[in-house]
Design a protein. Sequence first.
Length: 134
Amino acid sequence: MTIHDTAAGVRSATFAGRTAMRWLAIATVGVLLALLFTLADTMAQNISPLPSKPTVDLPVGQGRLLRFNEPVESVLIADTTIADLQVVSPGMVYVFGLNPGLTNLIAITADERVEATAQFRVTPDVTPANEAKY
């Protein structure tokens, strides 16, 4: 073997070694990313489980006052075409039915804890039909 062959052989071995190391690094990063996304999904599911939520029947055009145990920072309605709300105070909101359907409400405190959840079943208002019977 000549020096030139040895140098070429060393270069080839080094190149092959670098390629193998790159593939190993890429595979390792891929596995770590997969684990990270799996753990993040699992942690997100465990961090904020929603407590069981009561169902409140609410006729179209009517409303209910909801009082919270402590002041809340945000109150969210999932589908505002079914029901909407008006904040009365940090501890109370007025929810009113707009259209028949099912939606939910979530109230969150300033320190991002879920203070309350509720499900609203908005139904057609049958009061005028019942009054017409009599």
